[in-house]
Design a binder for this molecule. Sequence first.
Ligand SMILES: Nc1ncnc2c1ncn2[C@@H]1O[C@H](COP(=O)(O)OP(=O)(O)OP(=O)(O)O)[C@@H](O)[C@H]1O
Length: 249
Amino acid sequence: MAENNQIIFDVQHLEKAFGDHQVLKDINFSIQSGEIVSLIGSSGSGKSTLLRCLNLLEVPTGGDILYHGQSILAPGFDLNKFRAKVGMVFQQFNLFKNMDVLHNCTVGQVKILGRSQKEAEEIALTNLEKVGMAPYRNARPRHLSGGQQQRVAIARALSMDPELLLFDEPTSALDPEMVGEVLETMAELAREGLTMIIVTHEMAFARDVSSRVAFMNEGVILEMGSADQVINHPQHERTREFLGRYLGK
Ligand SMILES: Nc1ncnc2c1ncn2[C@@H]1O[C@H](COP(=O)(O)OP(=O)(O)OP(=O)(O)O)[C@@H](O)[C@H]1O
C-alpha cells in the first residue's frame, strides 16, 4: 500500500464520447492513497465509464489521467505494470469457470507477477481467509452463490497486491440476501486502509464507508465532498432528488 495522502490519480478535464454521445464532460478530481471514494448517480450518468477510463478499459477522448504524476495515455506508459497495481472487481464477478477457487486466485499471480505456485497459493489462501472463502478453495465457481463468487473475485484482486481497487457495482448482480456479505467484506477492506473507488447504488454503504462521495449527473460531477456533505447535506436540487429516491429523504 502507498503512503497515505500521496496522490495516486489526478484526473484532468477528462472527456469520453461514444460516437456523438458525450458521456463524460470535463471531469476533474484526484484520489489520495487511503481514500474510499464512491461514485453515485442515476443510471446512465457515466459512473462505470469513468471507472473504466481509470484503468483504460475505456480510452478517454479528451483530457488526461495522471497516475503518480505520469499520464496513463502517454506513449510508452507501462500498461501491464499499471493494470497489476490497479485491480478491478466487476458486477458479474468474471471468475474463470474452468478453474477452482484457489486456481482462480493464483493464475494471475503466477502469469503476471511471476510468483511461484507455492507462494501464490499461500497469498491466495491468506486472502481467501480474509473474505471467508478459504473453506471453498477446491470448489468450482458454478457451485458457489453469487455472494461467494464475488468474495472470491475480491480475494483474487487482493492477491495481486494492488495499490487500489476499483469496484464496478459489485453487488448489483446479487440476490438481495447476498448483498450484505459482500458489503461487509468491502467495509472490512476499508477499515484496513485499502484505497478504493466504488461505483454503487448502495447509498447507506456509501454514506457509512466513503471518505468522499461524487454525485454524477449527465456526465459531470455535480458535487463531490465528504459523505456527510454530499449524502446528508447535498447542495444541488438534483442530488437531493436522487438521494430522496434511495434514502427516502
Ligand atoms: N461501449 C459503449 N458504447 C456506446 N455507449 C456506451 C458504451 N458504454 C456506455 N455507453 C453509454 O454511456 C452512458 C453512460 O453509461 P455508464 O454505464 O457509464 O453509466 P452508469 O452511470 O454507470 O449507469 P448504471 O448505473 O446503469 O450502470 C450510457 O448512455 C451508456 O449507454
